[in-house]
Design a protein around this ligand. Structure first.
Ligand SMILES: Nc1ncnc2c1ncn2[C@@H]1O[C@H](COP(=O)(O)OP(=O)(O)O)[C@@H](O)[C@H]1O
Ligand SMILES: [Mg+2]
Length: 244
């Protein structure tokens, strides 16, 4: 069974269709990257899976279960999204404790304090951060909190939208190492948007190259590393980002 299955997925914003006929299977435990130029529809695919882009047609299945349009509680327990900007994704007047407890409260889950402590430890944050506010944390610490929040409901799949691109280069590797460790420890499946091909090689097994809302090629990371992408556009993208 696939962790994620997209069949003939179209996604629109109002009159404008921005994702066209996407087919994708991500296996359980796999880490899969979406790459491609800005505006090619990568984030929109993640949003449609997460229920944040409701105007879609086709089929989105999570662990074999087709998701409905709109709010789907079973999907939000199994699939969580981590956004690029940890400033924007954390409420400035809520403590870390409140931000982490909220998903549990929404889903009526108890033992919140214990769960918050456990997840802080999992993402490598000292317990003293628990009652602080986002502005008292560094960018990297905030992104750890955003990842912790995504883990609160013990999901199976993380949708990662450029999870390190808003961070200082010195902090990016720490977060990538954290994601790699969490995936191993918790048998997570990743679907990750990035424009950074070394990140794809570090964290993923396969990738899809997107252009103008369509997948132009699906390849293994081994092919990427050897520069053996087939489509001219993929090779262009590889050349443009080489050494970046
Ligand atoms: N909320 C929105 N309303 C209207 N158009 C949007 C919205 N979000 C994204 N778009 C458009 O959809 C297209 C795909 O965007 P996006 O999925 O964000 O691309 P990517 O993540 O690959 O940069 C772009 O043309 C973008 O301008
Ligand atoms: Mg995007």
């Amino acid at each position: 069974m696939s962790a994620l299955s997209l069949k003939n997925l179209d996604v629109s914003y109002g009159e404008t269709k921005v994702v066209h006929g996407v087919n994708l299977e991500v296996a359980e435990g796999e880490s899969f990257a979406l790459v491609g130029e800005s505006g090619s529809g990568k984030s929109t695919i993640l949003r449609a899976i997460a229920g944040l882009a409701p105007e879609w047609t086709g089929e989105i299945s999570v662990l074999g279960k087709p998701r409905s349009h709109g709010v789907d509680r079973s999907v939000s327990r199994t699939v969580q999204m981590v956004f690029q900007d940890p400033y924007g994704s954390l409420h400035p007047r809520k403590t870390i404790d409140a931000a982490l407890s909220e998903p549990l409260a929404i889903h009526g889950i108890g033992n919140r304090g214990e769960r918050v402590e456990a997840v802080l430890a999992q993402v490598g944050l000292d317990q003293r951060f628990r009652f602080r506010f986002p502005h008292q944390l560094s960018g990297g610490q905030r992104q750890r909190v955003a990842i912790a929040r995504a883990l609160m409901l013990e999901p199976k799949v993380l949708l990662l939208d450029e999870p390190t691109s808003a961070l200082d280069v010195s902090v990016q590797a720490e977060i990538l190492n954290l994601l790699k460790r969490l995936r191993r420890e918790q048998n997570l499946t990743f679907l990750m948007v990035t424009h950074n091909l070394p990140v794809v090689s570090f964290l993923c097994e396969r990738l899809a190259v997107m252009r103008h809302g369509r997948i132009v090629e699906i390849a293994d990371v081994a092919q990427l590393k050897q520069g053996e992408l087939n489509e001219p556009y993929s090779r262009e993208l590889l050349a443009a980002t080489a050494g970046a």
